[in-house]
Design a protein around this ligand. Structure first.
Ligand code: PDD
Length: 285
């Protein structure tokens, strides 16, 4: 079935949805994006995704294409038009189309806004059941990873390195510390049951799921430390896991060939996943 896609004010069949070859998203990766998960036809963590989009735009002096309230209408219309029950909505906003020039174009240049749906079940997932295996790779991304831009070539290369190594994903390592996964935030549970994830900075994306899972950890009265952790600490951890909008909370059972804990999904991770799903469904819009 052909999807209905949103492009600059129009809802079109995907075959007819087009963007200019001069679009700066295409030429310079001058664009930001968000991925919002849909469960049971409802949007998970929607206000937080829109708040992060606004922040990304502000950091890049980029204009929003439409009012924030209109974004909710567009998301809802796409869910309806595409009869989406479980999946995601991808939103991309670029600085618009202009003659190729490294300088930003005239500020009156209209931004381009594209949204589309994709079917993907975040709840029933084989990797969550068996736990993910990861390798570490050097973090060679640019220094503003807190801005959710579409420059994703290095994360793609890291995913391919993981695939070639016969594992599921890669974690980015820098100066001996783990920053995050290719498309997720990285966490460990230490021997004394403390939940550790890297503190917010320009080194990592400020994950929306990360923020919600921290609240869940508080609800469970778990000890939390937001700080950098090393690869050695991760290998010695009791449990490890990743979080993102598309996988929610997923156990990590092996890092660089070393089994984590008992080498199978752990109970703290399972509890956090359960509470996250429960809480986020309650708040879904
Ligand atoms: N990726 N870190 C990176 C580098 C990411 O790309 C993502 C999300 C996250 C998790 O953020 P959130 O919890 O807000 O999804 C962390 C999305 C899912 C993607 O690129 O498809």
């Amino acid at each position: 079935m052909s999807r209905t896609v949103y492009v600059n004010g129009e809802y079109l069949p995907e075959e007819q949805a087009k963007i200019s070859v001069f679009d700066r998203g295409f030429l310079f990766a001058d664009a930001v994006y968000e991925v919002t998960t849909v469960v049971g036809g409802k949007l998970i963590d929607f206000p937080a995704h829109m708040a992060r989009l606004k922040r990304s735009l502000g950091e890049l002096e980029m204009k929003p294409a439409v009012e924030e309230s209109e974004l909710l209408n567009i998301h809802r219309k796409l869910v309806k038009e595409n009869e989406l029950t479980n999946g995601l909505i991808y939103l991309q906003l670029t600085r618009g189309a202009a003659d190729r020039d490294f300088h930003y174009p005239d500020p009156d240049t209209p931004s381009s806004l594209v949204l589309f749906t994709q079917v993907k079940d975040p709840i029933e997932n084989a990797m969550v059941k068996r736990g993910a295996k990861v390798i570490t790779v050097e973090d060679l991304r640019w220094g503003r990873r807190d801005i959710k831009t579409v420059q994703l070539l290095y994360p793609s290369m890291a995913k391919m390195a993981a695939q070639k190594a016969g594992v599921d994903d890669a974690w980015f390592e820098e100066d001996g510390f783990i920053n995050e996964g290719t498309s997720n935030n990285a966490w460990i549970v230490t021997a004394d049951n403390t939940i550790v994830t890297r503190n917010l900075s320009t080194s990592i994306l400020h994950g929306i799921t990360r923020a919600s899972v921290l609240k869940c950890a508080e609800l469970l009265q778990l000890k939390i430390e937001e700080r950098p952790f090393t690869l050695e600490e991760a290998k010695a951890a009791r449990e490890a896991f990743i979080t993102s909008a598309t996988i929610f909370v997923c156990p990590v059972v092996d890092i660089n060939g070393t089994p984590i804990g008992e080498g199978k999904p752990g109970s703290v991770t399972a509890k956090l996943r359960e509470i996250y799903i429960e809480e986020s469904l309650k708040a879904a819009v």
